[in-house]
Design a protein around this ligand. Sequence first.
Ligand code: XLS
Ligand code: NI
Ligand code: NI
Length: 439
Amino acid sequence: MKEYFSVPCVEYEGPSGKNPLAFHFYDPDRVVAGKKMKEHLPFAMAWWHNLGANGTDMFGRGVADKSFGEKEGTMAHAKAKADAGFEFMEKLNIGYFCFHDVDLVPEADDIKTTEARLDEISDYILEKMDKTGIRCLWGTANMFSNPRYCNGAGSSNSADVFAFAAAQVKKALDVTIKLGGRGYVFWGGREGYETLLNTDVKFERENIARLMHMAVDYGRKAGFKGDFYIEPKPKEPMKHQYDFDAATAAAFLKEFGLDRDFKLNIEANHATLAGHTFEHELRIAAINGMLGSIDANQGDALLGWDTDEFPCDVYSATMCMYEVLKNGGLTGGFNFDAKNRRPSYTHEDMFKAFILGMDTFALGLINADKLISDGRLDKFIAERYSSYRDTPVGKSILSGKATLESLTTYAEGLGKPELPGSGRQEELQRVVNDVLFGK
Ligand code: XLS
Ligand code: NI
Ligand code: NI
């Protein structure tokens, strides 16, 4: 079999290592918080970025060679991508991949031809999965690149476009089920709008829900046991997107009765675009019982768009893993929805990017476990709200016995109430630094 990457298998060499093609923190069999690292961190390769993105941007064409020796836009190229992708995942010990339908095969003008190509490539991929044990984390349909989706897919003004989107979802679900995917994602690419002057917002939201209900009905009938996900994002490409953030998406799912079948796939860079921290979005998903899966990447504080960088921010990864551990893990995994920077265009750079991301999340896991074992944060939070547990008035509020009248009588008896107690933010921030960097 042809070898695409002249990089050996990437091994764990420990934190003092200097080898740029070895893990320094990701030690798959090391046990942290009662489980092996590889069980805490089901990493996935995003087919589109890793095997497709060549650095094309608004100002210039690609710099990285992702042809894998074949003419792009052909089935031979689609198969070479699969070959290269499996070699890549095996060499890095990555257990999962994620895909859009049109990442796997070139899209034809008529959907029947695309469907036949998807049948062919999924047979091909399935064989590789059987040989390697590599699995599918989630699949999705790309309903944003083709010009027909310029006004959205489920939210399109055109019933024909809606029907086309439905056909794409059906096929992408078929392929996801065939490949044993853990989940199926809806990222609302162009499900949003530019101006109210031409948009019926109420109708568009209802139509998106209609499409999602059809997906649930079809998927469950076809035997799909995994989770459906919404991946919230506030803007880009559209100015206003209907899945702005975790809170908006959770409310949407509840409003339309989709919350039994759907969870959220939280992407770090989308969180920051929405003006939130990554951990905020994870927490909102978790308290709604909807923290399903994660698109592990990061943005750039100086840039206002979805830069999809490989995560290197250990502090943010720590806060992420803190939320994940508190959530009891994920039913999904960690998809590196991330791409090399344009000037890092070699095949070796692709490996180094994943090593960076995987090491960053390994550090995040180790640190989060330390923070939880240290216990000072949990203890402080428990104490901070203790008046609701430990005082008669607090208990009356929680039990539902309190009324505005009873609380007025109580408040009038207080005279001047005491301040609520310091939030001690700076002390706690130092606790985090001590736990992360102290001995
Ligand atoms: C784009 C999204 C996309 C989804 C899958 O910003 O992150 O890559 O993850 O459609
Ligand atoms: Ni994403
Ligand atoms: Ni994104």
